[in-house]
Write a protein that binds this ligand. Structure first.
Ligand code: NAP
Length: 289
């Protein structure tokens, strides 16, 4: 299926990548963008991500057969309200947000026909943001998680799956609550840990710890994602707070155990914890039991 007009609300890295990829796949004839940041919208136009910029979300949505929300998840409800007056009845609305339960609730409250909305979360991206970070190949071979509800129109669900497959993603369908629980562990917790780690080390350096030029792979590998956008991650944590809080409590128990073993000089406990960490990492990455 080729969409005649794609309305892209939020012309940053993920939205921009989807627009580039859909255009490259021949699935979007005209792309109209709207972004709260006029400069980001203008850069998206200059980079060929959108054909034109609209003055409002409703203007972008007018006459569109596909609307993609690619804004921080906390903006979902206000953006849906803003674009609702422009929406036609034959539209597919989807998003790329990193959490799903609150996004679906916001859509339910704010869209005139939520049965045409299909929640989507591509498991792809980097710590960068803005249209300059967009690439047409970002989703190739990556998972895209769809969270339709019982009310979602089957035609909308199928069109959304086809859209993501067209840009090279492997589509999986799951329940929004299960999505948020799982992502709290494998995405939100690692980001929280990286933010805390980078803040602690950065503050120590700021207070005069002589670390200049002494950092290596350990620092770089564990803190890369701490370079992510603050507003985006504020919204993710707040919209999945119970699951993230539970995951952080789990991490806290591990840090306490590690701290105790180090303070006590307990080598056996340290080795056991590190061995459990290695096994746990392998279990996740290789799907071992
Ligand atoms: P991004 O590069 O910062 O792009 C977001 C764009 O939306 C920015 O231009 C931002 O403007 C704009 N925006 C913010 N609030 C808005 C509003 N109320 N109305 C219109 N435009 C608004 O961020 P991104 O990485 O593409 O993330 C977009 C979404 O994808 C988020 O929901 C995120 O959770 C999800 N996601 C991200 C990743 C990742 O790795 N980054 C992966 C999967 C999913 P400003 O420049 O003024 O902020």
């Amino acid at each position: 299926m080729t969409f005649e007009k794609l309305a892209l609300v939020g012309t940053g890295m993920i939205g921009g990548s989807l627009a580039l990829a859909l255009r490259q796949a021949g699935r979007a004839r005209r792309i109209v963008g709207y972004d709260r940041a006029a400069a980001a919208l203008e850069r998206a136009r200059a980079l060929g991500i959108v054909d034109e910029g609209a003055a409002s979300a409703a203007d972008a949505a007018a006459g569109a057969d596909l609307v993609v929300l690619a804004v921080p998840v906390g903006a979902t409800e206000s953006v849906c309200r803003a674009l609702a007056p422009g929406l036609g009845r034959a539209v597919l609305v989807t998003d790329v947000g990193s959490t799903k339960v609150e996004v679906l609730a916001a859509v339910e409250r704010a869209l005139p026909f939520p049965e045409r909305f299909v929640g989507a979360h591509p498991i792809a991206g980097t710590e960068r943001s803005g249209p300059e970070a967009a690439t047409a190949t970002l989703f190739r071979g990556r998972r895209c998680l769809l969270t339709p509800t019982a009310a979602t129109l089957p035609s909308a669900r199928e069109a959304c799956a086809a859209l993501w497959e067209a840009v090279g993603a492997r589509v999986e369908v799951l329940d929004a609550a299960a999505h948020d629980q799982a992502l709290a562990l494998v995405s939100h917790l690692p980001h929280a840990a990286a933010f805390a780690l980078a803040a602690a080390i950065g503050d120590a350096a700021g207070a005069g710890a002589p670390v200049a030029g002494l950092w290596g792979g350990g620092f770089v590998d564990t803190t890369r994602i701490a370079g992510s956008d603050p507003e985006m991650w504020r919204d993710i944590f707040l919209s999945n707070r119970d699951a993230v809080a539970a995951a952080l409590a789990r991490l806290g128990r591990e840090l306490d155990a590690l701290g105790r073993a180090i303070a006590d000089g307990d080598g056996a406990a340290l080795e056991a914890l590190i061995a459990r960490a290695r096994t746990g990492r392998r279990r996740i990455l290789e799907g071992e039991r």
